[in-house]
Design a protein around this ligand. Structure first.
Ligand SMILES: NC(=O)c1ccc[n+]([C@@H]2O[C@H](COP(=O)([O-])OP(=O)(O)OC[C@H]3O[C@@H](n4cnc5c(N)ncnc54)[C@H](OP(=O)(O)O)[C@@H]3O)[C@@H](O)[C@H]2O)c1
Length: 320
C-alpha cells in the first residue's frame, strides 16, 4: 500500500519539485492538496493527479480529518509552518516540513514535541542530502579520505529583481537569503562536519541589507567553529548571480563541489584532484523515499525535527 501524501502551500517548490517527486516514488502517492484558493487547489490536484475522490481543500482541519491520508508536506512560508505542523501532528499525520522548519526556537521546539507526543514522524526537507554526488563524497569523507576536516566553505547566491518576495518582509518570513539558501548551506556544513568535528560551539553572522533597505538580510556571511577546532563559513545572497560552491578542506587534501547546490542533483565534484563519478538523480525523490521508509520502518527521517530545530537555533544565534 502506498503512503498517501497531502501538500499544503501550492507555490513554486510544491509545483516544481514536491508533487513530481511524490509521484516519482513508487510507494508514495499524491492524495490531496490545500490552497487558500479553491480553484488553485482543484487545478493543482488535477495537474498532479491527486488520487483522493475529493482532493482539493482550503481548510486544514478538514484535510487532516481524512482517515485515508497518511502524511502532509508543509510548503507554506516559513512563519506559517509551526501551526500547520502542530495541527497535522495532533490529527495523527506524519509531517515533512520545508526548510527552515521555523523562524524561532520556541516554534521549532513546539513542533518537535507535538510530533513526539502524537507518535508521528517529523522530517525537514533539506534535499541536498539526496544529491548522489554529495552522498558519495560524505561517505568518503567519513571514511577518512581527506583526513581530519579542518575547514569548509559554502557559497550559494541568486539575484532577486526586487524585494517583493515574502521572505523580504516580516509578515510570514524572518530571513531572506538565509531562509532561501543559507539554511541549506548550514545543513550541508553540519551534515559533513558534525560526525567528525563535533557540535558547533560558536557562530557569528555578518548581515547586509542596504540595497533594498528592508528588514531582512540580502547578503549574509555566517562563520562557525566546531568542538574539534575545525571552522566553517557560508555566504548566501539575493543580490548576485555567482557559481555555487562547496569546499571541504582536510589535513590530507580537499574536495570541491561546483554547481551542485540547487534542485537538480547535478554539478561537478573533485576530490584530491580526481572527478567523482555519480549518477544524476532527482534529490527530492530521494527525500520523499527516505520519509516513506522512515514511516514504514518506524524510525526518524534522515533529517529529523531535532536537526531542523538545531539549524534554526544556530540561525537565530548568528542572524537574530
Ligand atoms: N527545499 C527546497 O529546495 C526549497 C526551495 C524553495 C522553497 N522552499 C521552502 O518551501 C516553502 C515555500 O517556498 P516557495 O518558494 O514555494 O514559496 P511560494 O512560491 O511563495 O509558495 C508558498 C505558497 O504558500 C501558500 N501561502 C499560504 N499563506 C501564504 C501567505 N501568507 N503568503 C504567501 N504564500 C502563502 C501559497 O499557496 P496558496 O496560495 O495556494 O495557498 C503560496 O503559493 C518555504 O518554507 C521555503 O523556504 C524549499
Amino acid at each position: 500500500m502506498s503512503i498517501n501524501f497531502a501538500i499544503i502551500g501550492l507555490g513554486r517548490i510544491a509545483r516544481n519539485q514536491l508533487a513530481p517527486a511524490v509521484n516519482q516514488v513508487d510507494e508514495a502517492r499524491l492524495w490531496s492538496v490545500l490552497s487558500r484558493d479553491r480553484d488553485r487547489a482543484a487545478e493543482f490536484a488535477d495537474a498532479n493527479s491527486a488520487q483522493s475522490p475529493a482532493p482539493a481543500y482550503t481548510d486544514l482541519e478538514k484535510l487532516v480529518s481524512d482517515p485515508e491520508l497518511d502524511a502532509v508536506i508543509i510548503a507554506t512560508p516559513d512563519k506559517l509552518h509551526a501551526k500547520d505542523v502542530i495541527t497535522c501532528a495532533k490529527a495523527g499525520k506524519h509531517v515533512l516540513v520545508e526548510k527552515p522548519m521555523a523562524t524561532d526556537v520556541e516554534d521549532a521546539t513546539a513542533m518537535v514535541h507535538a510530533c513526539e507526543e502524537a507518535g508521528v514522524r517529523l522530517g525537514v526537507a533539506y534535499h541536498l542530502h539526496w544529491h548522489n554526488g554529495h552522498r558519495l563524497l560524505a561517505g568518503k569523507i567519513r571514511a577518512g579520505a581527506l583526513g581530519p576536516i579542518r575547514h569548509m566553505r559554502v557559497q550559494w547566491t541568486f539575484k532577486s529583481d526586487d524585494a517583493s518576495n515574502w521572505r523580504a518582509s516580516p509578515e510570514v518570513g524572518q530571513w531572506w537569503s538565509i531562509a532561501a539558501v543559507g539554511t541549506h548551506c548550514l545543513d550541508l556544513i553540519r551534515w559533513i562536519m558534525v560526525p567528525s568535528c563535533g557540535e558547533v560551539e560558536s557562530i557569528n553572522g555578518m548581515i547586509s541589507n542596504k540595497t533594498w533597505g528592508g528588514p531582512h538580510d540580502e547578503t549574509a556571511i555566517l562563520s562557525m567553529r566546531f568542538e574539534s577546532g575545525a571552522t566553517a563559513e557560508f555566504c548566501s545572497s539575493v543580490l548576485i548571480e555567482a557559481p555555487t560552491k562547496a569546499e571541504i578542506y582536510g589535513a590530507d587534501g580537499y574536495a570541491i563541489c561546483d554547481g551542485t547546490l540547487g534542485p537538480h542533483g547535478a554539478g561537478t565534484i573533485h576530490i584530491k584532484g580526481n572527478e567523482l563519478e555519480y549518477e544524476t538523480e532527482n534529490p527530492y525523490a530521494g527525500e520523499i523515499q527516505d520519509f516513506v521508509n522512515a514511516i514504514r520502518e518506524g524510525r526518524s527521517p534522515e533529517v529529523d525535527g531535532k536537526e531542523g530545530a538545531r539549524n534554526v537555533e544556530l540561525l537565530v544565534m548568528a542572524a537574530g
